[in-house]
Design a protein around this ligand. Structure first.
Ligand SMILES: Cc1cc2nc3c(=O)[nH]c(=O)nc-3n(C[C@H](O)[C@H](O)[C@H](O)COP(=O)(O)OP(=O)(O)OC[C@H]3O[C@@H](n4cnc5c(N)ncnc54)[C@H](O)[C@@H]3O)c2cc1C
Length: 401
């Protein structure tokens, strides 16, 4: 049985960032990953000021900047009606007042390389199954290519996403809410006019985003889950024509999309848990706070979790105490912001990706008010960029009236 200081389950962005932080401190760490290899993503992922700041703390920002495209403006339009608002991230008083959109598989490959360079070990094709308490720490049981494998560690971390098996093994209660929203997403060719500006287009029951990545354009398309089957029974060509109709400048770039298989689909879920930690165990990222993607915050918060948890684990090593009580400091540091972002992202989705006429009208009103008022925009951006964890009552009222 191989022995580690920490075994992390899940080589997503959160698990790899934590692995890197611990391995940089000289800890012996391995990451178990169910997938056989990293496959090229069909989507983009936007890093925001909170995630960028965390990458800088880890010493990883420079390498991540090389694989992403910077954007300072996101313009919102009502389909067939015209502009609603332009969000200007450069008004934020923050060293990283911009968005950086990357292809997530490229970020994962980068983080894997950084983790390995610090001596970290990744076991691919290794599916976590069970964990048991033992005198020295924890035994971790997994399956690699259908054969059982066992590891021992002082602590196990579940960074294994919204359906976390580690969470289940620890018997941590979770409430899982499936949203009515489904997203189609894809990567098309580059578009010159989208180099430094991202665009989001809305209509009642429809939302489409175009974000530049380095060399490509990330497109996401909201569709109500009810309509998905019927939607996908249409010819791909009519869908692409609709996208070109909304954003004519993208027409030529859509040629790289030839089959429905080039377009991925995901249903959004929210996860709330009663505890982020247990004795000699902790959870991070989507395993504890999966959320609606409308604020593009899931991976950014997973990065913040990773740094907070690594600091807490170092304190546990210093005190020789890995009890739930000793690990609780990590949860106290992160829970409030995570719940704020979960709640407000859900509200934003209700107002922008909605078929309800009243909510749609209200969403447009809020967008226009933010677009006209620089101070209100600053507050809205601070929140959606993960820089604050509450709105005052006065701010909430100012968004509406
Ligand atoms: C459409 C969409 C768009 C999004 N856009 C953004 C965005 O722009 N910005 C942003 O910050 N966030 C975005 N998110 C959210 C973001 O992708 C997630 O929050 C983030 O990837 C979570 O990272 P994680 O490391 O917690 O988990 P994951 O990325 O889910 O990684 C979990 C890993 O664990 C592995 N695993 C699972 N079970 C096991 C097991 N039993 N044994 C071993 N391994 C296992 C999985 O294979 C996976 O590799 C988006 C989400 C969606 C759905």
């Amino acid at each position: 049985m191989e022995d580690y200081d920490a075994v992390i389950v899940g080589a997503g962005i959160g698990g790899l960032a934590l692995g890197y932080a611990l391995a940089s401190n000289g800890r012996k760490v391995c990451v178990l990953e169910a997938r056989r290899e990293v496959t090229p993503s069909k989507r983009g992922l936007t890093l925001q000021p909170n995630g960028l700041e965390t990458l800088q703390k880890l010493g990883l920002l420079d390498r991540v900047l090389r694989i992403g495209a910077k954007t300072t403006h996101v313009s919102w339009y009502e389909i067939r009606e015209g502009p609603l608002a332009t969000f200007d991230y450069s008004i934020l008083d923050h060293p990283h007042n911009y968005l950086l959109t990357v292809v997530p598989s490229e970020l994962e490959l980068d983080l894997r390389e950084a983790f390995s360079s610090k001596g970290g070990i990744i076991y691919d094709s290794t599916f976590f199954q069970e964990t048991l308490r033992a005198g020295f720490g924890r035994v971790i049981k997994a399956e690699k290519n259908r054969s059982p494998v066992e590891f021992s560690a002082k602590i196990i971390v579940g960074a294994d996403g919204e359906n976390s098996r580690v969470r289940q093994a620890l018997q941590i209660l979770a409430r899982i809410k499936k949203y009515p929203d489904d997203f189609l997403f894809m990567l098309a060719g580059p578009v010159a006019s989208l180099r430094s500006e991202a665009r989001q287009h809305v209509a009642r029951g429809k939302m489409v985003g175009f974000f530049p990545t380095r060399g490509l354009t990330y497109i996401f398309y909201y569709i109500s889950g009810r309509r998905l089957q019927q939607f996908k029974s249409q010819k791909l060509e009519s869908f692409l024509n609709e996208l070109a109709d909304i954003e004519p400048e993208i027409s030529d770039s859509l040629r790289s999309l030839r089959y429905w298989e080039d377009i991925a689909h995901v249903s959004a879920r929210r996860v709330d848990v009663n505890s982020w930690v247990a004795d000699r165990a902790a959870l991070l990222g989507d395993a504890v706070h999966a959320l609606d993607p409308s604020w593009a915050q899931g991976a950014n918060m997973a990065l913040q979790d990773a740094v907070a948890l690594s600091n807490t684990i170092e304190r546990c090593f210093a005190l020789h105490d890995f009890s739930a009580n000793a690990l609780k400091g990590y949860e106290r540091m992160r829970r409030k912001q995570a719940e704020f972002v979960q709640r407000e992202a859900e509200r934003t989705a209700q107002l922008t990706a909605t078929e309800n006429g009243f909510y749609y009208w209200l969403g447009k009103r809020v967008l226009k008010r933010i677009g006209r008022n620089r101070e209100l925009m600053r507050v809205a951006l601070q929140a959606s960029c993960g820089l604050i964890d509450r709105f005052s009552l006065q701010e909430q009222i100012r968004f509406l009236i």
